[in-house]
Design a protein. Structure first.
Length: 335
């Protein structure tokens, strides 16, 4: 009888825990507060796939114009770095930028090099030999960490800044694969978090955590939020064999302290449109990564496609790929 009572107690506790685990994730819709398309009479924003913020400056990496624009916090132009071209001071396919040691480092995918500019806009030097290009990068312990597309080697790499012939690949292609990613797992963004690396996959709903030796310590898989999107993409691909249903789930990501923000592709069934307007906010602790809330960016339009974003103090700054505008939102406070 005691064993039976104990069993009922265990079932009750498990039932309570299971009920708690099914608590819905809060969803918050926020309205655009400001729209910016020009920074002076002659400079307009072009296609921007990377936005960074550093010490009062906003850096927009424009692929089509081959340059990086530096703005102040009121969106006035401060400086232009590079221009389209093949010269030593020019950029062919800039993908991302970072401020490091009071210089601006730009990952130029066309030249597969890092081009280093002084903050007055002049070129300092360039380095790298066939540095793979994908998305964001960061520098830690005299190494540049980044990611790449092809499957000939693991998807992540570290490039030594003291020994240019030293490049180390790590990570694994044997991650969870969705039905529509066409066996092309790739990392969109990666970030340093304490003594670890947080890597966000682009074409599968996966977040990974690695130590700096390259060992995976955690993997988060969240496909349940993409059921309608996956179903729509499969139908689209079957109806048009020449067109793949999707290129990915994740557009951009940003890490601020222990808060990871991921801009996602989704399907709006009420409007029958694929959109990019939701930001998933994950909270990182030493033991696990958990989805804490979903933020929807609302600009009053049905056709919404945000291509990049960053967190600017208590603001969200996002580039709208439909209107070619920067949109500013107030970042909701967490409960």
């Amino acid at each position: 009888m005691k064993k039976l009572s104990y069993l009922f107690l265990l079932l009750f506790v498990f039932g309570c825990q299971n009920k708690d685990s099914e608590t819905p994730v809060p969803e918050i819709s926020i309205e655009v507060q400001k729209k910016v398309s020009e920074f002076n009479d002659s400079t307009f924003v072009g296609i921007t796939e990377d936005i960074q913020y550093s010490k009062g400056s906003i850096f927009l990496t424009e692929i089509e114009n081959g340059r990086v624009l530096e703005l102040n916090e009121t969106y006035e132009l401060k400086q232009i770095f590079g221009r389209k071209g093949d010269g030593p001071t020019e950029l062919q396919d800039p993908r991302a930028s970072q401020v490091h040691n009071n210089q601006l480092l730009i990952l130029d995918g066309g030249h597969q090099k890092i081009k280093v500019f002084n903050l007055d806009g002049t070129i300092s030097h360039q380095f790298g030999r066939d540095i793979p290009s994908n998305g964001g990068f960061f520098i830690k312990n005299n190494k540049l960490y980044g990611s790449k597309y092809d499957k000939s080697t693991p998807p992540l790499f570290s490039y030594s800044l003291t020994d240019e012939n030293s490049i180390h690949y790590f990570g694994s292609h044997n991650r969870r694969l969705t039905e529509i990613n066409h066996d092309r797992p790739r990392v969109c963004r990666l970030f340093p978090y304490k003594n670890e690396i947080i890597a966000v996959s682009e074409n599968e709903p996966v977040i990974e955590r690695f130590d700096f030796a390259g060992n995976k310590t955690e993997e988060i898989y969240y496909p349940e939020y993409f059921e309608e999107f996956i179903e729509h993409s499969i139908k689209r691909e079957k109806s048009s064999p020449q067109m793949r249903g999707t290129t990915g789930f994740v557009i951009d990501a940003s890490l601020h302290g222990s808060e990871l923000y991921i801009l996602l592709v989704g399907f709006d069934s009420t409007k029958n449109k694929v959109t990019s307007r939701q930001i998933f906010n994950f909270t990182i602790s030493d033991s696990k990564i958990e989805l804490s809330r979903i933020i929807e960016l609302n600009n009053g339009k049905n056709d919404t496609w945000y291509m990049s974003f960053t967190i600017l103090r208590n603001k969200i700054l996002a580039f709208d790929g439909v209107t070619y505008e920067l949109h500013e939102f107030d970042l909701p406070k967490k409960d």
